[in-house]
Design a protein around this ligand. Structure first.
Ligand code: GLC
Ligand code: MG
Length: 535
């Protein structure tokens, strides 16, 4: 049974996941866009860094209206990224290095150019008509209900030919599949089997909480907290268009497909508050293994608020469920832009010392920041559709900064998105041999985490001290670590209630602190984080 297996420590409990946005990691053919051969050429770097699993955003054939999240063939490779031969090579090379490969699965919607949609829209009585969500107009000819697109405007698109609307939670080029239709379910499960048969180690499932909609298609309620600067999507609360109870049946079926294979992982992209998020572990852990926990990308950077949320999360995880933490991704501002350069080491320490599988985003390890993109160069549809709202995701999708050659070693052509002016200072090559660099720091943190069971599978307990400090203990058998993080710029004193901690600093944001013995009161600098091995 799944439950017994859960108790043993599996690779995705112990490891560190690294997300690659394939357009931006490494170009091998000079077209300015990253590709599979490029990724292969950088695997030794990832191995050296110490990450154990790679998640690659979509690499499938796609018209690229949403940069690959609009798929026109689920079982192919976009020629821009390479061939199926290159993919097989990538998978093998990842495995040779004893790492894992996770692919993106996008089941909520296809591209409008997918043959399924082409058939579906061809006529009302096409056998695939019901594979998508088609509805008659309201009495006055307008949209069937008030559901909105995440990328701006209505969620409904009129089809002149068949005189009905279809629903798209994202672009009109991304029509939503009808997951109530068993044929759709089977078609996507076959896609899963196609890749699992090849030997991939799991899926990250795109927008899982969107997959099933209210069967009565009721109007969403207006959002009382809506403000002008927010995305127009937030004008209504998606009470009926997302997170419907029936989604859990679908997720359980996906899990079942996954369970037919050995040691694969199923991860769900789910942006929901903690108590709804954890329902995606499913009844008796028959849901996803890891419902992505985005708390570190969305909560205020405040020690009291964060530690409260961490405890709320720890307390909400069902027995047998495994926690996880995400520090960034291709949809969110980069961590060092969000919390600031001075806090970014603290954020890295938090990610890599909390209990649960960490997911980091390419470039975080060198402190890459969001790159300002001039309006005429914006490519992200979310940015283009709501130009006055600062919602473009291009800034966090810029090319990886490898070295100080032209285009940072990313491409010999013109990069699809520009590089920041400071890439000659902020890159892998210059940081590699610098003992004080972000890269060295990340590598040492990952190494410590992976060497110490207390840090990767150990228990977690909060430690209450000052308001500006976030502190906790990780423990495995008789080995214990105390982690203290100052989330402010001001120095302060760590003094725990009811306890005296004695030990030695084994890792710190400032390496000069390492080796120091500590006892009782510990003075902590601004922006400092320390890992203490307790006596
Ligand atoms: C997910 C992806 C995002 C994409 C959207 C639609 O949120 O991470 O990049 O635009 O789904 O597929
Ligand atoms: Mg290329």
């Amino acid at each position: 049974m799944a439950n017994k297996q859960e108790q043993e420590h599996l690779w995705w409990h112990e490891g560190v996941i690294y997300q690659i946005y394939p357009r931006s990691f490494q170009d091998s053919d000079g077209d300015g866009i990253g590709d599979l051969k490029g990724i292969i050429s950088r695997l030794d770097y990832l191995k050296w860094l110490g990450v154990t699993a790679i998640w690659v955003s979509p690499i499938y054939p796609s018209p690229m209206a949403d940069f690959g999240y609009d798929i026109s063939d689920y079982c192919g490779i976009h020629p821009m990224f390479g061939t199926m031969g290159d993919f097989d090579d990538l998978l093998q090379q990842v495995h040779t290095r004893d790492m894992k490969l996770i692919l993106d699965l996008v089941p909520n919607h296809t591209s409008n150019e997918h043959p399924w949609f082409q058939e579906s829209k061809s006529s009302r009585d096409n056998p695939k008509r019901d594979w998508y969500i088609w509805k008659d107009p309201a009495e006055d000819g307008s949209e069937p209900n008030n559901w909105l697109s995440v990328f701006g405007g209505s969620g409904w698109e009129w089809d002149e030919n068949t005189q009905q609307y279809y629903y798209h939670a994202f672009l009109k080029e991304q029509p939503d599949l009808n997951w109530r239709n068993p044929e759709v379910q089977e078609a996507i499960f076959d896609v899963m089997r196609f890749w699992l048969d090849k030997g991939i180690d799991g899926f990250r499932v795109d927008v899982m909480w969107h997959m099933i909609k209210d069967d009565k298609f009721r109007d969403n309620p207006p959002n009382p907290d809506y403000k002008e600067h927010m995305s127009t999507y937030e004008k209504v609360v998606p009470a009926y268009s997302t997170d419907q109870p029936e989604v859990h049946d679908i997720v359980a079926k996906m899990r079942k497909v996954t369970n037919d294979y050995d040691a694969r992982v199923l991860i769900g992209e789910i942006y929901l508050p903690i108590h709804r998020l954890v329902t995606y572990y499913g009844h008796d852990n028959t849901g996803v293994h890891l419902p992505f926990n985005f708390m570190l990308v969305s909560e205020d950077w405040d020690a009291r608020k964060l530690s409260m949320k961490i405890d709320e999360y720890e307390g909400a995880i069902p027995p047998g469920g495994w926690p996880n933490w995400v520090i960034g991704n291709h949809d969110q501002p980069r961590i060092s832009s969000r919390v600031g350069h001075s806090q970014s080491k603290v954020a890295g320490m938090l990610l890599l010392t909390l209990r649960g599988t960490p997911t980091m985003y390419y470039g975080d390890e060198i402190g890459m920041r969001d790159v300002p993109i001039p309006p005429e160069e914006v490519q992200d549809p979310q940015g283009l559709n709501m130009p006055d709202k600062d919602l473009s995701r291009d800034p966090e999708r810029t090319p990886m900064q490898w070295d100080n050659s032209e285009n940072a070693g990313f491409t010999e052509g013109k990069p699809w998105l520009r590089l920041p002016d400071n890439f000659r200072r902020v890159n892998v090559e210059v940081q590699r041999d610098d003992n004080f660099s972000m890269l060295t720091y990340y590598r040492r943190l990952i190494k410590l985490r992976q060497e110490e069971p207390a840090l990767h599978i150990g228990d977690y307990a909060p430690v209450v001290s000052k308001d500006s400090l976030l502190s906790f203990i990780r423990k495995y058998e008789d080995r214990q670590f105390l982690i203290i993080l100052n989330l402010t710029h001001k120095p302060c004193l760590f003094r725990a209630e009811h306890h005296t901690y004695k030990g030695k600093i084994v890792l710190a944001t400032d390496p000069e602190r390492e080796g120091m013995q500590i006892e009782k009161n510990i003075s902590i600098s601004g922006d400092e984080g320390i890992v203490v091995l307790l006596d």
